[in-house]
Write a protein that binds this ligand. Structure first.
Ligand SMILES: CC(C)(COP(=O)(O)OP(=O)(O)OC[C@H]1O[C@@H](n2cnc3c(N)ncnc32)[C@H](O)[C@@H]1OP(=O)(O)O)[C@@H](O)C(=O)NCCC(=O)NCCS
Length: 212
């Protein structure tokens, strides 16, 4: 169902075997059920003592969906896209922008159910949102960060052509972790020719929503 008042729901991206559409409220139960234990959450969010780790993560995941919609503005936005493979819901790919009209920079986050990992879907879904950002919204750079032990996330970035961009620390529930920052420029994206593999529909009425 499309909503003229919220055209973002009409966006549809494809890349290789991945199809992405904005997460809708009806997807939440299935996605929350599928939420892997290694996704994690912002450590500043409060946990309920009487809930299990999985219950807390499910609640925070659902709230993250509503927060992204409820706080959307052209100067600060978070787009959560449901990822489907062979018709099955397998994960979420997120694209974020702050002050995009000026910075022209996007950040990403993602997760896949364990059974869908390790066969190139992580690369395909990241490429899909990068195609949206670089080829439809006018992004100049994409950044990504992953703890240094997250070989899969770093593998996705490096496969697409991101370059290392320094290290920092991040607070996790278990303490401090070392973070690898990476950056991909629009020139690197174009020279790799990745955009040819991405199709994007429904973007035109949304451009101003992104500050594009
Ligand atoms: C990160 C994630 C989405 C990547 O998806 P994926 O489908 O597993 O990744 P791909 O199959 O596309 O692999 C991408 C690259 O990483 C490499 N890679 C994937 N998993 C790896 C692992 N466990 N160890 C080492 N390399 C790995 C692949 O070999 C590939 O590199 P190559 O093309 O040079 O061979 C997925 O692993 C995941 O959901 N992880 C848990 C959540 C998370 O950590 N998200 C990122 C932080 S926001």
């Amino acid at each position: 169902m499309t909503m003229p008042d919220w055209p973002l729901f009409g966006i549809r991206l494809t890349c290789r075997a991945a199809t992405l559409q904005p997460v809708r409220e009806q997807d939440l139960p299935e996605l929350a059920d599928a939420l892997p234990s290694d996704v994690g959450h912002d450590p500043r969010l409060e946990l309920f003592d009487d809930q299990s780790a999985a219950q807390n993560e499910r609640r925070l995941f659902c709230q993250g969906y509503w927060r992204a919609l409820g706080t959307w503005s052209p100067s600060s936005w978070v787009l959560h896209l449901a990822v489907r493979h062979a018709g099955a819901l397998v994960g979420v790919q997120t694209l974020e922008g702050d002050d995009f009209a000026v910075m022209r920079t996007v950040d990403t986050a993602s997760w896949l159910v364990p059974s869908a990992r390790g066969r190139g879907l992580g690369v395909a879904m990241r490429m899909a949102v990068l195609g949206l950002a670089f080829d439809h919204l006018g992004a100049l750079a994409a950044v990504s960060s992953a703890v240094v032990t997250n070989a899969a996330s770093l593998g996705v970035s490096r496969r697409i052509g991101y370059r290392d961009n320094g290290r920092g620390f991040v607070a996790e529930t278990t303490g401090r972790a070392e973070l690898q920052h990476l950056r991909l420029t629009v020139d690197a994206w174009r020279s790799a020719g990745h955009g040819r593999e991405v199709t994007a529909a429904g973007v035109e009425p949304c451009r101003r929503w992104f500050g594009a």
